[in-house]
Design a protein around this ligand. Structure first.
Ligand SMILES: [Zn+2]
Length: 197
């Protein structure tokens, strides 16, 4: 478990051994939502899913709020703020499928005592087959500036020829394009963020 030494006192009461060994991605943020600790599963998940750049972009001390695309940022920031203020946990489902497997995760943000921060766990709750048409990558998935717009959750990509459409392009899940922007698709917004519609 990587822990910012200045924050250690606030997490010392946790079962750090269990968090270190957990297969769930677990990270800890302070009350300003700066990353203060994360477990090995976070590193593994980052390396397997988005490449090492995630680890470089989000070292200890960095605010995690920029990691959420603008469309859903307020949803998470409000949820986390509420949890810090009230001491009640924040729950959120989201899809994060791999190239060959549908995966649904459940996130829980548990407040630390005295609103010092949040322990955020991400548990894989459902796996299954991907029931989506598969598409090959092509020019229609790049916008006018040459970027691929990918849903940060289900990882479908926006079809620029038909902006209402988000397609499943497995090759882009396996190897994200170097010019990728993250957003949220209409389906994920509908299913997981009804408060934002
Ligand atoms: Zn989506």
């Amino acid at each position: 478990m990587q822990i910012d030494p200045t924050f250690r006192a606030y997490v010392d009461h946790l079962d750090l051994n269990a968090l270190t060994q957990s297969e769930d991605v677990v990270y800890v943020v302070d009350e300003q939502m700066n990353l203060k600790a994360y477990n090995p599963a976070w590193e593994t998940f980052a390396l397997n899913n988005n490449g090492a750049s995630v680890l470089e972009k989000y070292p200890l001390g960095k605010s995690i709020t920029a990691a959420f695309p603008e469309k859903i940022r307020t949803h998470y920031v409000n949820g986390y703020s509420q949890a810090l203020k009230t001491g009640d946990r924040f729950d959120q489902d989201y899809e994060c499928s791999s190239p060959n497997q549908y995966r649904l995760f459940h996130q829980i943000a548990y407040p630390l005592p005295a609103g010092r921060g949040l322990v955020i766990t991400n548990h894989l709750v459902v796996t299954g087959e991907i029931n989506r048409m598969k598409y090959a990558f092509g020019p229609k998935y790049r916008n006018a500036d040459g970027f691929v717009v990918q849903c940060c959750h289900c990882r479908t990509v926006k079809n620029q020829a038909d902006p209402e459409r988000w397609d499943w392009v497995p090759s882009l899940v396996e190897h994200p394009d170097i010019k990728t922007l993250h957003s949220v698709c209409a389906n994920c917004l509908d299913q997981y963020f009804p408060d934002l519609i």
